[in-house]
Design a protein around this ligand. Structure first.
Ligand code: ADP
Ligand code: MG
Ligand code: MG
Length: 254
């Protein structure tokens, strides 16, 4: 039973003018099989939370705890976190020049599983996963994220998600830049991964649109570096109608 527990997490980022506190006490528990949507205005710290959980070196944890099944995640290196089953699909995926999608996926799978997947079954696995995501097989030979369109980047992230089978999946604005058809393909992919009930999902989004396709169990409003309100799916509908105004201007965040 995978449980990610975030308690009173404080995170700062180094800027040219000094250190700025971005996360100001985040509390959240994500259990296996659950989907939590984190919604909030731009600049509220959603991506900072995602990067901090994945162990990005730019973000310094100044307080609080993060555990996965009781194990201290903050003590783990980026690789150890991936091996422990923490997966991050980034809002802005980075290019990996000279590395093909196919090699990248196999290297990642090897690192996470602790042994190289058997070539024949692996090739079949990748092919089938790509077909489900409506991806051209030639895509496997392209360099990671090099010249990828927004939609291709997101499909590639979901391809990784399907193949790497994490215990905790953090999806940062997986819906941004997708047209309605791509959104459906990507959402179907996420739902397939959720289906077996083995993954806990943290779905970070700015818009409610994706929540029509990926139904969350819990919705959290993120503002000024903290969760300021939590509820069920109805909270997303309320946000759609009312926006984030009242959270940004004091209100529930006070
Ligand atoms: P969101 O994902 O909710 O839009 P972010 O986590 O990207 O928010 O950003 C939160 C705040 O932290 C913003 O004010 C942003 O400028 C700042 N920030 C985040 N990452 C960095 C960084 N690497 N360097 C400087 N400032 C950063
Ligand atoms: Mg943003
Ligand atoms: Mg962001």
């Amino acid at each position: 039973m995978a449980t990610l527990e975030i308690h009173d997490l404080h995170v700062s980022v180094e800027t040219e003018t000094g250190s700025a506190e971005i996360l100001r006490g985040v509390d959240l528990t994500v259990k296996q099989g659950e989907t939590h949507a984190i919604m909030g205005p731009n600049g509220s710290g959603k991506s900072t939370l995602a990067y901090s959980l994945a162990g990005h070196p730019k973000y310094t944890v100044t307080g609080g705890t993060v555990t996965l099944d009781g194990e201290d995640v903050l003590e783990m290196s980026v690789d150890e976190r991936a091996r422990a089953g923490v997966f991050l699909a980034m809002q802005y995926p980075v290019e990996v020049p000279g590395v093909s999608v196919s090699n990248f996926l196999r290297t990642s799978a090897t690192a996470i599983r602790g042994e190289a997947p058997k070539l024949r079954t692996w090739v079949k696995e990748v092919k089938e996963a790509m077909a489900r995501l409506n991806m051209d097989p030639a895509f496997a030979e392209r360099n990671v994220n090099e010249g990828f369109s927004g939609g291709e980047k997101k499909r590639h992230e979901i391809l990784q998600l399907e193949l790497l089978k994490p215990r905790i999946a953090i999806l940062d604005e997986t819906d941004s830049g997708l047209d309605i058809d791509a959104l459906r393909v990507v959402s179907d992919g996420v739902n397939r991964v959720r289906e077996n009930g083995e993954v806990g999902t943290l779905l970070i989004t700015h818009y409610t649109r994706i929540l029509r396709y990926i139904k969350p169990d819990h919705v959290h409003v993120f503002a000024k570096g903290r969760i300021v309100e939590s509820g069920g799916p109805e909270l997303a509908e309320q946000l759609e109608a009312e926006g984030y105004e009242r959270y940004v201007k004091g209100g529930a965040s006070a």
